[in-house]
Design a protein around this ligand. Structure first.
Ligand SMILES: Cc1ncc(COP(=O)(O)O)c(C=O)c1O
Length: 366
């Protein structure tokens, strides 16, 4: 009865099963459903946090303008400090983006299928959402998209690069072309998986005011539990975000963990290398199963694939779950109900998954 009008018809962001948490004490559980890192963060994180617990100002509110962290983020991305700001996750950043830049009835175009949180947040603020679907191979026709933008005239475009769950990588030149030909459209580019793709628009924020990048420490940096992310954008946009940002909301532990993670980039680079090698081998290996249909290796830390039959997908999800391997059912993505996404871990972990797949193949598939 007291709900906002925009909440009345809202399709909520669906939080999928987090069953892996029931096995959090179990060393054998493989949590491959939410694209988190499968390793712990750099040992430097633990060391720094031990020091924070011993000597930190735990009774104070956290630093509201952690210049050490801001400097590290700007250096890592080769931009000025005035071009970055940190938030309590990229999801939290999305809420600020919506509050700052998207009002009632503003048209938001989302290139999908994709990560659904931004849609839910924008919709809850009364935005008019329009989806623009990738083609059946999960690719975008950039020429057509450019033309369609003229017709649709959105205020904001949300684009995930590389895209989750399809792994689609939008080439930098194509995105730059879109941005410079549409200076009246605000492009939110979610680069949650940047460390895996190596492709970024970070340098474009120096030239264009109509692009804002969203980044996270939850994936390659292995800090998902801390909740910390950041944005890279033109300083005018950072100023707007700062005008309503609650600076107390990023915990001291999250700030210090991010500083430590950025002090040990080699650790992250090695992890990314292992994941990417493993992904190539894994994608190749699963193509041999006759019950798997199409495999999208993509450019993130995950592989997206479809089954020939829904029945086999359901059986595999059940078999995996019984073996404490959790992957993400993406049946809802289209009418075929045949897609799943699996996060890539280290080579040792994915060998275990392949072993399980071989067992499934020989014992269960009819
Ligand atoms: C594209 C994308 N953006 C953002 C997020 C969430 O990141 P964070 O943990 O910083 O909220 C995810 C998590 O799956 C994601 O896939």
């Amino acid at each position: 009865m007291f709900r906002n009008k925009s909440i009345n018809n809202l399709k909520p962001y669906k939080v999928t099963s987090h069953k892996a948490w029931e096995y959090k004490e179990d060393k054998n559980v493989l949590k491959l459903d939410w694209n988190e890192a499968t390793i712990l963060p750099s040992p430097m994180v633990e060391k720094r946090l031990e020091n924070v617990i011993k000597n930190g100002r735990l009774n104070w509110y956290p630093d509201t303008n952690n210049i050490v962290l801001l400097n590290k983020i700007s250096k890592y991305n080769n931009v000025n400090v005035s071009n970055v700001q940190y938030f309590a996750s990229s999801d939290a950043l999305h809420e600020y983006i919506v509050r700052c830049f998207i009002g009632e009835s503003d048209r938001v175009l989302i290139i999908g299928p994709t990560y659904d949180n931004f849609r839910a947040v924008a919709e809850s603020n009364g935005a008019q959402i329009q989806n623009y679907y990738l083609n059946s191979s999960f690719e975008l026709d950039y020429g057509k998209f450019l033309e369609d933008l003229k017709l649709i005239q959105p205020k904001v475009v949300y684009i995930v690069n590389p895209n989750n769950p399809t792994g689609t990588l939008h080439p930098k030149e194509e995105l730059i072309n879109l941005i410079q030909s549409n200076t009246d459209i605000f492009f939110i580019v979610d680069e949650a998986y940047y460390e895996f793709s190596g492709i970024t628009l970070s340098q474009e924020v120096k030239k264009y005011k109509n692009v804002l990048i969203s980044r996270t420490f939850s994936k390659a940096f292995a800090l998902a539990s801390f909740r910390i992310g950041y944005t890279i954008s033109h300083e005018d946009n950072i100023e707007v975000l700062n005008s309503i940002r609650n600076p107390k909301n990023v915990s001291l532990f999250a700030q210090e963990a991010a500083v430590a993670a950025l002090s040990d980039i080699e650790y992250t680079k090695n992890y990314v290398k292992d994941v990417l090698n493993t992904k190539t081998n894994f994608s190749k290996a699963i193509k041999k199963f006759h019950w798997i249909d199409v495999v999208y290796e993509g450019t993130g830390n995950f592989v997206f694939f479809s089954f020939k039959e829904v029945k086999q997908k359901k059986e595999l999800l059940k078999f995996f779950s019984e073996n404490k391997i959790f992957i993400r059912d993406y049946g809802h993505i289209d009418l075929t109900n045949k897609f799943v996404r699996i996060t890539m871990g280290k080579s040792t972990e994915m060998s275990r998954v392949l072993e399980a797949l071989n067992t499934f193949d020989s014992e269960f598939v009819s």
